[in-house]
Design a protein around this ligand. Structure first.
Ligand SMILES: Cc1cc2nc3c(=O)[nH]c(=O)nc-3n(C[C@H](O)[C@H](O)[C@H](O)COP(=O)(O)OP(=O)(O)OC[C@H]3O[C@@H](n4cnc5c(N)ncnc54)[C@H](O)[C@@H]3O)c2cc1C
Length: 485
């Protein structure tokens, strides 16, 4: 059932994840200086589910209860549009700056549930698990890639075959897994989904790496080891984003973690691991959430650069207008991908409606390349205004009068202009902003290999045929030969 922010915070307080920060165990993330911001930001998202303005969009009714729309089965194009509208409400609430809001992985779980037959003997585990997440409106995170030790070697060839996460032993009750995953964002989730993302290669002993399961984030032996915190402080004036949206990223260690059998989704099955995301529709559904999220983020950037240029009177210059127009073009492209993803959706073999793969692939491959450029535009327009940024306290101090005079702008008094430019700084230049760029480059996978996949899966044949026809070449006699081109 759709839960409230209070319920999320209480659960986090009661069952904190096994989270480490600078050598210390984080006992209560809801009050910890680094983690409290994101915990309360998530709570605010959950509260929106009960806000009369958004309740109908963010939740759906089934059996007299209300559940998050992101877990609503997609059985038609209308359902997809409803899901998209729900993603947008949350994305707008955080300007698209929270990557791991719970709807992201809810999209994956819904697809797994609706395509549960794919999981063969573990299908019932998948159905029961997703039902459990839905009933309790749990927040999940995930970890997919193995530690970056030696990418030129296979899993088995690493210094220790249990650097990558693998099944160490198996019993009637479950399995013990050992090793690590490189990264989990949002350790303040209730549950961790463990799936492989990179293509697993066949070989003796390689099946130990072919495993998928879900466990609570406080499971014994599981450790989330945090990076340096990027939360600047409590003031939302000084740190408009990092004070509330520092999600954190953690090395995730499995120190002989027991996974009960009912939590296993795939076991020692390379073929299933390698095809799970595409075959179940999870890939298209998670990317659907991403397209909406990135549209919201681009809208926020357009609003930002427009206000910045206006504030300092730079919007009169043709090259500044051109740069803002460039952001408009990117925004319209994202909206186009979103619309076509829903318009051209089709059911998969399990009856789950999936957003169009072409539109999804276009968006998820383009955005990692657009995003650094959007950041660059903010810097090109903001210039020194992005760095001459006194704090809230300076405005209250005796020197505040100097700020009022020298930091006023064409359209805004000093305080508001500094507030606006501090937001621009946090979006692009602060530690928080820099992480956003790295995140956009990589969070959906290595952009290089994503392009390679697109090259290999995309049906180029109709376009080749058009050129052949134009050149007056004879129609190819053997369609099989054409299909492999
Ligand atoms: C901020 C941030 C948050 C993230 N959050 C999560 C999360 O919550 N959960 C999660 O599971 N993951 C998360 N990721 C990880 C993300 O999935 C990976 O960054 C992405 O899949 C790339 O893998 P990698 O970082 O291990 O890079 P690597 O695979 O180590 O790549 C490093 C370099 O080597 C090249 N390279 C490596 N192998 C090959 C190859 N076989 N062929 C060609 N080139 C190769 C790459 O192109 C790249 O240039 C996050 C990443 C970032 C940056």
């Amino acid at each position: 059932m759709a839960r409230s922010g209070k319920e999320y915070l209480e659960a986090l307080r009661k069952n904190p994840p096994n989270l480490w920060y600078k050598g210390q165990r984080v006992e209560d993330p809801t009050s910890h200086p680094v983690f409290k911001g994101i915990a309360h930001a998530l709570a605010r998202l959950y509260d929106l589910q009960h806000d009369p303005r958004y309740r109908e969009v963010l939740t759906y009714e089934a059996g007299g209860r209300r559940y998050p729309t992101s877990l609503m089965p997609a059985r038609s194009k209308e359902d997809l549009a409803r899901r998209g509208a729900a993603y947008k409400v949350w994305a707008d609430a955080h300007l698209g700056m929270m990557g791991r809001s719970p709807d992201y992985l809810n999209a994956v779980l819904m697809a797994f549930e609706q395509s549960a037959e794919f999981f063969g003997e573990y299908a019932e585990n998948v159905r029961r698990y997703v039902q459990y997440v839905r009933e309790n409106d749990l927040c999940t995170t995930h970890c997919l890639t193995n530690p970056q030790v030696n990418r030129a070697k296979s899993n088995l060839e690493q210094a220790d075959p249990y650097i990558p996460l693998g099944v160490f032993s198996e019993s009637a009750d479950g399995i013990v897994v050992r090793g690590a995953r490189m990264l989990s964002t949002l350790p303040t989730a209730d549950e961790l989904l463990v799936f492989p993302s990179t293509l697993l290669k066949e070989g003796p002993g390689a099946d130990r790496y072919a495993v998928a399961f879900a466990i609570p984030t406080n499971t014994p032996g599981l450790h989330f080891i945090s990076r340096e915190g990027l939360r600047g402080g409590d003031s939302s004036f000084d740190y408009p984003l990092s004070s509330q949206l520092e999600e954190m990223d953690c090395l995730t260690v499995f120190d002989d973690v027991f996974v009960p059998r009912e939590r296993i989704f795939i076991l020692k099955d390379l073929q299933r691991c390698n095809t799970a995301y595409a075959e179940t529709g999870a890939l298209m559904h998670m990317a659907h959430q991403v397209v909406v999220l990135k549209t919201a983020k681009t809208e926020a950037f357009l609003g930002l650069v427009s206000l910045m240029a206006e504030a300092i009177g730079a919007d009169v210059f043709p090259h500044v207008q051109e740069k803002i127009a460039e952001v408009i073009v990117y925004l319209e492209a994202m909206k186009g991908f979103w619309a076509r993803a829903e318009r051209d959706a089709k059911p998969n073999r399990y009856g789950l409606y999936c957003p169009d793969r072409g539109a999804i692939d276009g968006a998820r491959n383009l955005y990692p390349r657009l995003y650094p450029r959007i950041n660059e535009i903010v810097q090109q327009i903001g210039a020194s205004g992005l760095i001459t940024l006194p704090s809230e306290a300076d405005f209250e101090a005796p020197i505040g009068r100097h700020l009022e005079k020298f930091l006023q702008s064409a359209s805004l008094p000093a305080r508001e202009r500094v507030q606006l430019f501090r937001l621009a700084w946090d979006m692009t230049l602060s530690g928080f902003g820099a992480r956003q760029v790295l995140y956009e480059r990589f969070f959906f996978g290595d952009p290089v290999r994503m392009y390679q996949t697109l090259f290999s899966v995309y049906d180029k044949e109709p376009y080749k045929e058009r050129i052949r026809e134009f050149l007056g070449w004879k129609k190819q006699a053997q369609p099989e030969a054409i299909a492999s081109g």
